[in-house]
Design a protein around this ligand. Structure first.
Ligand SMILES: Cc1cc2nc3c(=O)[nH]c(=O)nc-3n(C[C@H](O)[C@H](O)[C@H](O)COP(=O)(O)O)c2cc1C
Length: 168
């Protein structure tokens, strides 16, 4: 898929078909995360792939704003190391790489922000930070067709100086 088309069409997906994602595709998605750029190239991230249905079910209990993780064929827990103030930004760039690589394969995901108690369950060292859990799966069709709501160009684009419109 053309890169811009992938960016334009990608949606956050919270309902998934009951269809497994092949391991080579999962591998490609996390590889896209691994290849992301990071401050000073420190790569302060770890990616935990969860396919086990029981674990996904338990994660659902920890994800207050993302119970839908239980339906996903797999999820990736993104863990960052607070080595510096950029670790969450670096992690977010890895997430976007994975989201776009997944979309290119016909797979959607959604950032889950509110997570509790997951460190103990997954043996994540205490000093590390759980940035997000990303459930991945083939989207239910209606989720792709939702209208994409974004601020208009006029609300967010400035030319040369803040508040200046583009001259015709
Ligand atoms: C930092 C961040 C945290 C988010 N947290 C949640 C969340 O906890 N639960 C959820 O369902 N969606 C969450 N989202 C998804 C946003 O609601 C979504 O990106 C936004 O509505 C745009 O969706 P769209 O690209 O499909 O239009 C989060 C997104 C980001 C970037």
């Amino acid at each position: 898929m053309d890169t811009f088309e992938c960016i334009r069409k990608r949606r956050d997906i919270r309902s998934y078909l009951k269809k497994d994602v092949p391991d080579d595709v999962i591998r490609k998605i996390i590889e896209a995360g691994r290849l992301a750029p990071s401050a000073m190239n420190l790569q302060p991230w770890q990616f935990i792939v969860i396919k086990n249905k029981e674990t996904l079910k338990e994660l659902g209990e920890f994800c207050m704003s993302g119970r839908f993780v239980v339906q996903a064929p797999f999820a990736v827990v993104v863990v960052t190391d607070p080595v510096n103030k950029w670790h969450e930004i670096d992690g977010a760039r890895a997430v976007q790489n994975m989201a776009l690589a997944a979309w290119n394969e016909g797979i959607g995901c959604c950032w889950i922000g509110a997570i509790e108690k997951v460190k103990e369950k997954l043996n994540i060292p205490r000093n590390l930070h759980v940035l997000t859990i990303l459930p991945f799966g083939y989207p239910e069709e209606f989720t792709v067709k939702r209208k994409k709501v974004r601020k208009s160009p006029d609300e967010v684009f400035h030319w040369e100086k803040f508040g200046m419109k583009q001259s015709k």
